[in-house]
Design a binder for this molecule. Sequence first.
Ligand SMILES: Cc1ncc(COP(=O)(O)O)c(C=O)c1O
Length: 480
Amino acid sequence: MENKNNHRMDPEELRTYGKKVVDWIADYLKDIDKYPVYPNLKPGDIRKQLPDSPPVSSENMDAILEDFNRIILPGITHWNHPNFHAYFSITGSAPGILGEMLSSALNVNGMLWRTSPSATELEEVVLDWLRQMLGLPSDFKGVITDCGSASNLVALSAAREAIHKRVREKGLAGRSDIPKLRLYCSDQTHSSVEKAAIVLGIGQDGVRKIRSDREYKMDIAALSAAVEEDKKDGWLPFAVVATVGTTSSTSIDPVPAIADICQREHMWLHVDAAYGGIAAIVPEMRYVINGCDRADSFVTNPHKWLFTPIDCSALYTRHADTLKQAFSLVPDYLTTSEGTVNNYMDWGVQLGRRFRSLKLWFVIRNFGVDGIITHLREHCRLAGILAGWISREKSFELLAPVPLSVVCFRFHPEGISDELKLEQINSGIIDNVNATGKAFLSHTKLHGKYTIRVAIGNLATTERHIAGLWELIKAKAAEY
Ligand SMILES: Cc1ncc(COP(=O)(O)O)c(C=O)c1O
């Protein structure tokens, strides 16, 4: 179609191309199985097809969409593919995509209540729905951030504020009136916690990583001992991060015992349940967040296992006042006359905030809580089936319990005990599986052992996909 106005797409043209794009999305989701999950390109392969400088004149949407298909699509790693099993397997579901489209259309900036009352009030409501779905206490109030890493940073900023040493005003550097702050987490904790410590001036030295036990859960005796030792050595223990669903193995830290220590030592308890927390929506899996009702802050990511397109992380705290005390800073141009309204700009670093609650609202309403539970159960069932197959195969070994929907294992043929050799073989298996384009896997290390991870969490994944994956892994292993 001719672009009548060179500088601005008119609504009729939007209608035409919008329909094309929605058709494209529907076909994409229908045929997603047909794409290679992993593009298997060399670095620079996409870039070299793109012009170095921007177009001076308006380009037609047909040409842009054609280039999308021709250049961009072949370089996509398909996270929405049912055999994407790397990192955490996720889904940008249809209702979430529609919510995302509308939020782009509205282009709301939800920084103040008045900059879109619906954005603020829907965020409050939808986060309270999610809180109820998780069975968390009603004094947990939530805010949506872009990602789990940001939620961890914001939560730990509140923890730092809670020591009441006016760090906000005076900073940490050069102060003789504050001992060095110590933050505890396990050696399985996500790297974003250490990054938060870097940003907050606590430093990597201020993060004490507590050893994990044979099931990759934080060792409580070691935590207690570390706190005692640190106090004697003049540190100020101020926070513990417990994880529900660690990144590598999805282990679940003993939160009730950690909460006891936090209570005794007056430390802030932050629970990082970015992936695993969502499992608590399933009644028989509610136990995964045992003790989290005692947390000072808690994060879970709808963009990980709740079928919400990236990005959407839900951060809860029972100390919203402390959180706002850490961040609220209102220049003249952002003062408002509404009185006591919730201005979400006070809850974190961001001023400009996308209308993310809309897609989460669409997802929760369109699936319904029962629908969500059905899918989560199925993912765990599939993980259990795969774990069963692995445990029955003599030359493979499971490397961690499977409490949720991620399976950790390796090929371990008889007679090979050298860890380096096992690493070479297993990383080779992953590379060779990925090169087929039929499935995409990633790895981790568990207590020094190179580990293949299969994460299950996509709505389109069926038993057929898992069976096909298992055959593929065995076939690639047989090449060694
Ligand atoms: C336990 C845990 N916390 C935090 C994060 C970071 O989340 P995001 O990728 O949303 O920043 C991850 C990511 O995998 C995670 O597994």
